[in-house]
Design a protein around this ligand. Structure first.
Ligand code: NAP
Ligand code: ZN
Ligand code: ZN
Length: 327
């Protein structure tokens, strides 16, 4: 066991504060990482405030983790001490169910183990995330990261990047399609860039007029202020695909109206109160409403490489990233 400094929430109403956690000593397949950067995801905030009613305190959030390998277990083959590595939202799964075998560990039928607020499969307790000085995980859940990349910009790929990349890929977003990205935050800014890179015509759907210029700068072809009636009306029955990244309560029915016949809206944002959906809004136009959870390990690696090669350029706007030197 080793002691690690962290930031933790002790309850839903107390601010994050320094706390010391005990990390296990590396097991034979473990890779231990000294954390250099950790992105701040809105899920961290939902969990810290117990928005979803499932938080176990103390909570150490953080699942966009990049750092340097400081120790490896005896059987580790994929990593060496000194290399740069990352850990995203997952630290373990059964590896044997159909989903795990397909590289969809996030949908593990025994329940994936999340990087924080998860339960270790060996019964040793709660997992603690990346707002800390170090972390360790089985090598299967640790990602290689080139030391030539801007590491603070790589961190957000490990949740925001893969969470938007995975559904865009799964629903085959590309050339000839009209895509709406709803909400310009951490996920939304990745979603816009990825959908543009995939060749779609991309509209930023935002309730913040001040973000119009940024949306364009990120590559969006259009910007629609969703609170402006005329602008919202101009995209009625318009989109083939909407990626909904909004973190707060909003009316799904309003956005379903923006889908064209056979269009699909995929929710990745998780507002705490579940909004009611009228069946008619799906029936007229044979529309689909779906959801998507992060992405599996193989796809996360693809996401890192693709995002870097095609568009990253060291841009970390819209995601705060904690430099662990400050902890
Ligand atoms: P974020 O940076 O806070 O961005 C959320 C965006 O939602 C805001 O920038 C804003 O965009 C929009 N928004 C906020 N309040 C709104 C309101 N009242 N009405 C309409 N729009 C509003 O959050 P994030 O880190 O991108 O995370 C977004 C959501 O995805 C969170 O719920 C998070 O838990 C969830 N998430 C899910 C997964 C998954 O696997 N499915 C993974 C990661 C995160 P505009 O100002 O442009 O309107
Ligand atoms: Zn996240
Ligand atoms: Zn499994």
């Amino acid at each position: 066991m080793s002691s690690t400094r962290s930031y933790a929430a002790q309850s839903a109403t107390t601010p994050l504060a320094p706390w010391t956690i005990k990390r296990r000593s590396p097991k034979p397949h473990d890779v231990e990482i000294e954390i250099l950067y950790c992105g701040v995801c809105h899920s961290d905030l939902h969990f810290a405030r117990n928005d979803w009613g499932m938080t176990v305190y103390p909570l150490v959030p953080g699942h966009e983790i990049v750092g340097r390998v400081t120790a490896v277990g005896d059987h580790v083959k994929k990593f060496k001490v000194g290399e740069i590595a990352g850990i995203g939202c997952l630290v373990d799964s059964c590896r044997e169910c159909d989903n795990c075998k397909e590289g969809l560990e996030q949908y593990c039928s025994e329940g994936a183990v999340f990087s924080y607020n998860g339960q270790e499969r060996d019964g040793s307790g709660n997992t603690y995330g990346g707002y800390s000085k170090s972390i360790l995980a089985h090598e299967d859940f640790v990602l290689h990261i080139s030391d030539k990349l801007p590491l603070e910009a790589v961190a957000p790929l490990l949740c925001a990047g893969i969470t938007t990349y995975s559904p865009l890929r799964h629903w085959k977003v590309g050339k000839g399609q009209k895509v709406g990205i709803l909400g310009l935050g951490g996920l939304g800014h990745m979603g816009v860039k990825l959908a543009v890179a995939m060749g779609a015509e991309v509209t930023m759907l935002s309730h913040s007029a001040s973000k119009a210029a940024d949306a364009k700068r990120l590559g969006a072809h259009k910007f629609v202020l969703t609170t402006d009636e005329a602008q919202a009306k101009s995209v009625t029955n318009y989109f083939d695909f909407i990626l909904d990244t909004v973190s707060a309560a909003h009316d799904y029915n309003f956005y379903l109206g923006m889908l064209t016949t056979n269009g699909t809206m995929v929710c990745v944002g998780v507002p705490p109160p579940a909004p009611p959906i009228a069946a008619f809004n799906l029936i007229f136009g044979r529309k689909s409403l779906a959801g998507s959870l992060i992405g599996g390990l193989p796809e996360t690696m693809k996401d890192i490489n693709e995002a870097y090669e095609r568009m990253l350029k060291g841009d970390v706007r819209y995601r705060f990233v904690i430099d662990m030197a400050t902890l």
